[in-house]
Design a binder for this molecule. Structure first.
Ligand code: AMP
Ligand code: GLY
Length: 427
């Protein structure tokens, strides 16, 4: 079988790498891919949002399975286009993808199907939203979260500790900073606790959780500075203990599946549940209708199954035939970024040390890389995801940083404390 992966980040690199190793896969294509993906797949120059060209490519090249990485093509209806043309694809259709594409849609769904989440209100104008902010803080709230309803490339969420910050967030949304995504605003109760990410595969009839993970969203050590797409991840996340996992399966995944069925939503893909583990138990912060980046690099490195077979069973609604197997121990992924990210950064610097990093026991997944005059250079904010296994998280962390230290380019930046929460738990 030939497979097509849509996307160009570190998540897509591990997908291509694992699919290339899957028995039964003769060739992997990636649209558009990156310099590292080119070692595992043939990169084809089609944009992730050019849905018809992607479907044409799949048809012409007899692609047996298409796997979509990012949310934008899913929210734009890539699954609908492929389904209509009888092409096999992994993912939810456009309507179901609103679980990520509209935070208000997701919140209504959670409320209707008793999925634990933060309380919230919806606003379509600034003045009542601001009045609400003032009331909530006057009543003693310790925080408030302002969320633009639509997709905003991870930027539309403002976690405000004061009324002023919340009002600024409201104004950012209604002044159009996030475009159409900010026309409707969700104001959410601020939850406190430790975050975790758990993926679950579903075909609409069966739902299976994958191994847990934890991301590190802030740019700086000690979780300081602005938010990013994610600076590192590890799996499993010890905050997801047996009790949290039991609630996750019963109250969150169980009700999620009931909701899909009751609403008649077509979902044959992965749901990425962002959780806050509070004193009252786990609550859902968000649903994403795709794998997370960099959590996927940590989670899939532990997956022992044939990935193409698992994804194919999901697409065929035969997930009940799958039993996932995980390598014991832990994995850690450290993201190396261009200096200046998530703000402005310079591109085009030659990256060295790949072979040395892999000789140190790591696997290097590429995100923002490209070839320039035969050399690999940085072209994006997040550039590489250096990933390693270990018998314990401590061991995986030690190995991963040995690899990270072998890699260099001008202004390269990485966090030096990935996994710190797990270490604090004495693991
Ligand atoms: P989201 O894109 O909805 O996951 O939000 C991005 C980040 O904002 C999350 O990873 C959390 O760190 C934070 N966040 C979102 N919602 C809440 C909430 N209700 N309480 C506290 N933090 C939140
Ligand atoms: N790591 C967070 C995300 O993929 O959205």
């Amino acid at each position: 079988m030939k497979v097509l992966v849509v996307g160009s980040g570190g998540r897509e690199h591990i997908l291509c790498w694992k699919l290339a190793q899957s028995q039964g896969v003769e060739k992997v294509f990636c649209a558009p891919g990156n310099a590292g993906i080119a070692a595992d797949a043939e990169c084809v120059d089609i944009a992730v949002t050019d849905l018809n060209s992607l479907a044409d490519f799949a048809e012409k090249n007899q692609i047996g399975l298409t796997m979509v990485g990012p949310e934008v093509p899913l929210c734009e209806g890539i699954v609908d286009v492929f389904k209509q043309r009888k092409l096999r694809i992994f993912g939810p259709d456009k309507q179901a993808a609103q679980l990520e594409g509209s935070k208000i849609f997701a919140k209504d769904f959670m409320r209707k199907y008793n999925i634990p989440t933060a309380g919230s209100e919806v606003f379509t104008e600034a003045a009542p939203a601001i009045a609400y902010v003032r009331k909530v803080f006057a009543d003693g709230a310790k925080g408030l979260v302002v969320k633009a309803d639509g997709l905003a490339a991870g930027k539309g969420v403002i976690v405000a500790a004061t009324a002023e910050e919340a009002i600024q967030g409201v104004n950012q949304c209604f002044d159009g900073e996030f475009g159409a995504a900010g026309k409707r605003v969700l104001m959410e109760e601020c939850l406190f606790g430790e975050e975790a990410s758990i993926f679950a595969l579903t075909d609409g009839t069966t739902i299976i959780p994958m191994a847990s993970a934890q991301d590190h969203k802030r740019i700086g050590d000690g979780d300081s500075g602005p938010n990013t797409g994610g600076m590192g991840a590890y799996s499993p996340a010890p905050v997801v203990d047996d009790k949290v996992m039991a609630i996750f399966k019963n109250e969150i995944l169980g009700n999620f599946l009931k909701g899909l069925q009751a609403e008649g939503l077509y979902y044959r893909g992965v749901v990425f549940v962002g959780l806050m583990v509070t004193e009252q138990g786990p609550k859902v912060l968000e649903f994403n209708v795709r794998f997370g980046d960099p959590e996927t690099q940590a989670v899939l490195l532990r997956l022992e199954n044939n990935l193409a077979e698992v994804l194919g069973k999901v697409a065929d609604a035969k997930l009940n035939e799958v039993e996932l197997r995980w390598t014991p121990g832990a994995t850690v992924c450290v993201v190396m970024a261009s200096g200046g990210y998530p703000g402005n950064y310079n591109k085009g610097f030659e990256i060295s040390g790949f072979a040395e990093a892999e000789a140190a026991g790591t696997k290097v997944f590429h995100a923002g890389t490209a070839f320039k005059n035969g050399k690999i250079v940085n072209v994006g904010g997040r550039v590489l995801g250096v990933t390693a296994k270990g018998a314990t998280i401590r061991e995986a962390i030690d190995t991963v940083y040995k690899g990270v230290k072998k890699i260099s380019w001008q202004d390269a930046y990485f966090r030096s404390d990935i996994g710190h929460r797990a270490l604090k738990r004495g693991l």
